[in-house]
Design a protein around this ligand. Structure first.
Ligand code: CNA
Length: 361
């Protein structure tokens, strides 16, 4: 179920998510003042050891999953946006634009084949967050990721808000009639386009596109952020609203810790706000260091090891994302809606386009 535009606190038009107006991270980010190595990390670790942080909110993005082999969006060279040339997209974000999808779902379906849960494993960073829960300190994790690795590592549903949705369910992108997720996955993986049993428009996994509403659960932020006593921001460029603005909604005295490759959002300021700390560098290395400071490293490592050996998750099948020619190989490009020939498929796409134009608001 989606939140209606009326309910939205942070979006201006109820169309979500949107790209923030902030400039993309670049030279300005690099020139931002970097805190002394590990000072901020040590400070926050100390607060945690003193028992001052019992309601930790984590906000995360694609950077927490790069160590699992899933590229992020914006890292130059390896990020997804730099590797979408073959689809001739009008602009990279179009692959996640609902109007574009309505006309041409194939680029997204090619990408979806690679992102469907089952192809990758959680890494140390995911297990560190699970350890926060295990220690009773995690108030909630807000993730922008759609790879399902938070759930796979064992962070329970009630501790997790998948702000941009997930592949766990699917529905018609026009009339929202639910569609069995496994069947949608099967069709997409075999190069077919799942179509709605009610209106025959294209079905998509319930990941949130630009121009769509966020899940109702997102609004838990109105309770969680004022309650937080520590905010940890990990692996996100804070470029997508309204997610990005969440980090500004904790109380002013609450420490905020950014763990990322470079400064983003409010951490780009030359002088950091009191209570703001950042540790720049590779996330897995940083988080391991953080765990060592907390004396958690052995436990996280053990949790990760035991989960890997006992987990009965789907077998790992690798769908390379950014390895030259194999990336997003056009299996879906040749696909047609199930049971249709290509002509029928073309007319189905045409009728969807006009339906979409009618519905656009
Ligand atoms: P982004 O804009 O690509 O930003 C990622 C951030 O993480 C950047 O600042 C990177 O520098 C940083 N980063 C990447 N790898 C590391 C690393 N190893 N160590 C430290 N920092 C690192 O992605 P955002 O999450 O900010 O953007 C939100 C989008 C991305 C959401 O809508 C997601 O659905 C979408 N996305 C998700 C996935 C996934 O589910 N794994 C993958 C790609 C994109």
């Amino acid at each position: 179920m989606s939140a209606s535009g009326r309910d939205l606190l942070l979006s201006n038009k109820g169309k979500m998510p949107t790209l923030s107006n902030a400039p993309p991270p670049g030279p300005r980010a690099v020139s931002a003042k970097k805190s002394s190595p590990c000072k901020g990390l040590a400070h926050v670790a100390r607060l945690m050891k003193l028992g001052r942080c019992k309601n930790v909110v984590v906000v995360a993005g694609a950077g927490i999953s790069t160590a699992s082999g899933i590229p992020d969006f914006r890292t130059p060279g390896t990020g997804l946006y730099d590797n979408l040339q073959k689809y001739n997209l009008p602009y990279p974000e179009a692959i996640f634009n609902i109007d574009y999808f309505s006309d041409n779902p194939q680029p997204f379906f090619s990408l979806a084949k690679a992102l469907f849960p089952g192809g990758h494993r959680p890494n140390y960073v995911h297990y560190f967050i699970r350890m926060l829960h295990h220690k009773g300190l995690l108030l909630r994790m807000y993730t922008q990721n759609i790879d399902g690795l938070e759930k796979l590592c064992g962070i329970p549903d009630d501790k997790l808000v998948e702000v941009h949705g997930s592949f766990a369910s699917a529905s018609c992108h026009l009339c929202y009639t639910p569609y069995p997720a496994e069947e949608a996955k099967h069709k997409i993986m075999s190069g077919k386009i799942p179509v709605c049993t009610f209106c025959t428009a294209t079905v998509k996994p319930d990941v949130v596109f630009f121009g769509e509403d966020l899940p109702q659960k997102f609004f838990l932020h109105t309770e969680d952020f004022p309650k937080a006593d520590l905010l940890i921001i990990m692996g996100t460029s804070l470029q997508i609203e309204p997610f990005a603005s969440l980090v500004n909604t904790v109380r002013s005295t609450v420490p905020r810790l950014l763990l990322n490759r470079h400064a983003v959002g409010p951490f780009e300021k030359v002088r950091l706000k009191r209570g703001d700390h950042m540790e720049l560098g590779d996330l897995e290395v940083t988080v391991r260091h953080f765990a060592e400071m907390l004396d958690w490293d052995d436990e996280v490592t053990e949790l990760m090891r035991s989960h890997a050996t006992t987990s009965s998750g789907s077998p790992i099948t690798s769908y390379p994302l950014v390895s030259g020619e194999t990336q997003f190989e056009g299996e879906v490009t040749a696909g047609t809606p199930d049971g249709m020939d290509s002509e029928e498929a073309d007319s189905e796409v045409d009728s969807k386009s006009s339906a979409s134009a009618n519905m656009d608001h």
